[in-house]
Design a protein around this ligand. Structure first.
Ligand code: SF4
Length: 203
């Protein structure tokens, strides 16, 4: 079976399979979502909180550009926005919202309207791994700005979190190659807020 995954609007060959990074978070929520979106290319209407999250990100990005770095406990640093990242070895790609670059280190920055979940940590860890290669600088931690407090959460990346990123990426690719709907341990509460509920006949 030939696997193709949409990458910047273009189909790529099987040897160049690359998973969009945000599917790591989706896979952790439910492994069926990458299957529905990447393989079956289903496009159900997104729930209202998806739009709210995007609006929040836009506002925060705007504020981020105007504020000083002191709240990150950094004296100086160059800000980068919407940084495209791609890595053949990790088989991942995506666009990082923000990166603070200092002389010898980088700090990815992301914006989340709601509480930080395990999937968000995996997603930012993946961005950090790719960004470190992209800038050729060490990246040991990242920031997430959440809610209305605008207070950055500083997360130090652990080796086991990097390993998890690699494991999930391989699992997503394996599920797509397999071509069968993956099993899911999603709870009733998760399914009740999921736009794919109509496609899951075992729920
Ligand atoms: S309805 Fe439940 S099982 Fe189906 S994709 Fe959504 S979370 Fe997964």
């Amino acid at each position: 079976m030939t696997i193709t995954i949409l990458m910047t609007g273009k189909k790529v060959a099987q040897s160049n399979v690359s998973v969009p990074i945000h599917y790591l978070r989706q896979h952790i929520f439910c492994p069926r979502i990458p299957y529905y979106e990447l393989l079956l290319e289903l496009k159900p209407t997104k729930p209202i909180w998806t739009k709210q999250g995007l609006t929040y990100e836009k506002i925060q990005q705007h504020l981020f550009k105007r504020r000083s770095l002191s709240r990150f406990n950094l004296l100086t640093g160059k800000l980068h926005f919407k940084v495209p990242l791609q890595d053949d070895e990790l088989q991942l790609h995506g666009i990082m919202d923000g990166v603070i670059e200092t002389n010898d280190e980088i700090f990815p920055v992301d914006f989340k309207l709601y509480n930080i979940k395990k999937g968000d940590i995996a997603q930012l860890t993946a961005y950090s791994m790719l960004a470190s290669k992209h800038f050729n600088k060490k990246c040991n931690s990242f920031f997430i700005i959440t809610g209305n407090s605008h207070k950055p959460y500083h997360h130090v990346i652990q080796e086991k979190e990097k390993l998890l990123v690699k494991q999930i990426t391989l699992k997503i690719i394996a599920n797509l190659r397999n071509g069968l709907k993956p099993n899911s341990s999603a709870t009733q509460n998760q399914c009740s807020q999921c736009e794919y509920l109509n496609y899951c006949n075992d729920r």
